[in-house]
Design a binder for this molecule. Structure first.
Ligand code: HEC
Ligand code: HEC
Ligand code: HEC
Length: 96
């Protein structure tokens, strides 16, 4: 009985790890945003560890088009200023 219990725990741990890996591999490595001022290249992979997934996603997902600029600037530029790392000037993000 003890052995069976241990086996069940081992199986559920393995599937929990597998689920995490699958969830992460759905994330794009890089996202490009073409705008009139130039294209923004957002390295999703390198940003994943900078804060928790939800605090970024809730800031930009499900917003209307006319709110996109303010929502993205709010999310992206605020953190770069706060951490004194990452681009804060227009042309360093919007690259022609
Ligand atoms: C620094 C901010 C940030 C962090 C942290 C972050 N993401 Fe994202 N993620 C984004 C942005 C921005 C997009 C693109 C959304 C858009 O353009 O509408 C995106 C898109 C995605 C997508 C593509 C589908 C979709 O919803 O648009 C997946 C999947 C995803 N992220 C998963 C994750 C996971 C899992 C984590 C945590 C391990 C994570 N992200 C952390 C900013 C972030
Ligand atoms: C929670 C903090 C945080 C958020 C939110 C964030 N960034 Fe960053 N970003 C950083 C840091 C820290 C760096 C510096 C990385 C380095 O120099 O190694 C960086 C670097 C960058 C760079 C320089 C190239 C690179 O990938 O290292 C670009 C471009 C960039 N960020 C774009 C964005 C965009 C676009 C968003 C919004 C969708 C965003 N960032 C949101 C923290 C953040
Ligand atoms: C950290 C990166 C970053 C910086 C710095 C930045 N932007 Fe942006 N900007 C973005 C992102 C991301 C979007 C959203 C693009 C989208 O909606 O597809 C955006 C959207 C815009 C838009 C709307 C473009 C369109 O075609 O819908 C304008 C205009 C704009 N930014 C101007 C500026 C100006 C002016 C500055 C400097 C004062 C600036 N941005 C600095 C990342 C940045």
């Amino acid at each position: 009985m003890k052995k069976l219990f241990a086996l069940l725990i081992a199986v559920s741990l393995v599937s929990a790890v597998a689920t995490l890996v699958i969830a992460d591999s759905n994330a794009p490595a890089e996202i490009q945003y073409p705008t009139k001022l130039g294209t923004i290249t957002f390295n999703h992979l390198s940003h994943e560890s900078r804060t928790d997934c939800a605090s970024c996603h809730s800031a930009v997902q499900g917003i209307e088009d006319k709110q996109r600029k303010d929502a993205f600037h709010g999310l992206c530029i605020s953190c770069h200023k706060e951490q004194q790392q990452g681009p804060t000037s227009c042309k360093d993000c919007h690259v022609k």
